[in-house]
Design a protein around this ligand. Sequence first.
Ligand code: ADP
Ligand code: MG
Length: 750
Amino acid sequence: MNGRDLSATATAFPEHEVKALLREAGVPVPRGATAASPEEVAGAADGLTPPLVLKAFGPGLVHKSDSGAVRLALGDPAEAAEAAAGMLRELLAQGITPDGFLVEEQAAAGAELIVGVVRDPSFGPVLLTGLGGVWTEALRDTAVRLCPVSEADARRMLASLRGARLLHGYRGRPAVDLDALVRLLLAIGGDGGLWERLELGEFELNPVIATERGVIAVDARYLPAGRASDVTEPAGDRPAVPASGGNGGGRPERPAGGDTGDGPVARTDFTALFEPRAVAVVGASTGRPNFGNMFLEFYRATGVPLVAVHPEADEIDGVPAVPTLADADADYALVAVPAGRCAEVVRQAAGIPFVQVMSGGFGEAGAPDLEADLIGAAREAGTRLLGPNCMGVYSPRGGQTFVGGEPGPPGHVALISQSGGLAGEVVKVGERRGLAFSRVATVGNSADVTPAELLRWLATDEHTSVVGMYLEDPREGRALFESLMSVRGRLPVVLLVGGRSVQGRRAAVSHTGGLVGDDRVWRALAEQAGVTLVTGQDDLIGVLTFFQAHAGRLTAPAGGAARALVSETRPATGAAGGAGSAVLVIGPSGGAGVLAADAFDAAGLSLDALPQDARDGLKALGIGVGSSLANPLEIPVGPRGRPELVREAIAAIVARRPYPDVVAHVNVQSFFTYGTSAEPLYACARNLARAQEDLPGVRVTLVTRNGECAPPGVEDEVRAIAAGAGIPVYRSMEAAAVAVAAAKRFTRGA
Ligand code: ADP
Ligand code: MG
């Protein structure tokens, strides 16, 4: 197959041709030769070292063993020739006429793996590996990553297999050559790997045999697009591989100038979207108040210069009006007219860089033609389109809003959301919990401006230090992946993906008209991009809060990332080791400490033991008399304890062992059951604040357990004291653990 254009043919390649391609790509395959007939087999086998394997190839021979087209352990060329004659008779009897025979050397037994590449309908090429060889389908023990995979990705894939122990030497068997296995995965799915040349279809090596001396692909199957015969994965795990790839899936084309995500930087500067000189509102009514009128009111609260568009009125609700959008001098136009009239309005937007179409009734409602018209209109006008079917933009710094009331304080947290309603909740609830936003964009159907493009721009925005995303529709999966990889390690991203369950998927399909992607691929994407995939709105806000509070404390400790990686190549033990992943938990109550240990374990974090000198330091403070000195560390924090103790204990420990994260917890209930005033609790919070100020290299986090037992206002005051020192506050250990893990994941990639 040397030099042959892989995309030129739509038929399955014979095994030996795929193996030639593999050899060329640096993947070890058995030495072998082909023969057109049984008579030629002995000659072809000459020079091969027995034992030999004989296989037939040709149409109808996809699963060769099922048709009796594989014979193993043949002692010499004559035996191979005899086997070929018998095999031919049997195949002919089944109505199969082979094109020829492959005779090859038999590899030594070892651990059998599957390695394959499939094309996900939205995320594109995905590398899959798993244990089992012929047993793969029964074991269902596989790992996936989006191509291209890095070496660290490849190692993590192998470490994540449930049966990873089998690769590390099991019951007297030697460990397999993991480095060779990693090289094979990279040759297939890494940068510049074979996946770049494949026109998928299906590509599958099953089995790859791994021993202590190396790896070898003894079977290879490649069916280009249009000829996919069956699915690599056990049925039910993922949707069937489509006959042809492509992210579009019948969507209308985007306007020219729209960044589809493949450039290194966004081509559009979105500053004016978030900080428009003036805003035009199309669709407000003089008689019957509607969405347009509501937005006029919202905007009046932000003070942004406003103009209404109305065919007859001179003003609406006190806002001056012009007859058409062409007469409006603005950077942003909000269009809230019925779907059928939107394109006509957008066509008049020349000179206005951004138009938002609020109306629904387009692609999501089964009207792709209306959406295509809208995109065409935006292209004609030379404007960028937000939506349709979206709420708009929120940016306290720029007078942009889609929620009622006074805008919150300008801050550094950005949000991109496919749901306008949910974005409104995250804004309002998040601000209540102390978040301050830089830019919030709802994108609806993302007919033009996509989450992927906005993300790239946000990475260049001086006002943004962390991004939350709520997505339901992964049709742009590949572009999103590329955007996430391009901002990896520079900009923390927190992802909430709606519709990862079958039920949620059904709900999402009716919501944005999207197809929701495979949960496994989302998890792989998060792992690869170093982003955190949260499971609900609370965690989305909670993790954003952590990144906002600790924005200046997100560098990886020296050696931490490297050590964590080494530990991940060993059999998975639940929690990753290494200095970068360690957490110190400190607070009252042994039981709460035990539960904290479980919560951090579930988040994949290790609570490394206190070193002896740290324990000595604690004893000098009078801690540890009658209780054990462990991590989680139990210390008396309560209405009658010394409030300085927690600060002194933290200082004594981190002076001897640099825990990058310290999670202090208090039982709020105890302050009001055994005490009567909030003052001791505030004193405790102030001491933690001082600990944070004294230790800029440590991230201090506070958990206020049982906070509902405090009188109204007390939790707010505690949060305010903590926020003053950049300490995030959580009501549960689980929420804190998710947030701490998110920061670890980010710094690992930084
Ligand atoms: P199938 O089309 O049925 O998957 P394979 O080529 O994978 O056919 O062969 C079936 C089995 O025979 C493999 O799973 C493997 O265990 C064994 N086998 C095939 N070729 C070789 C070889 N060259 N060396 C060692 N074992 C082999
Ligand atoms: Mg096979």
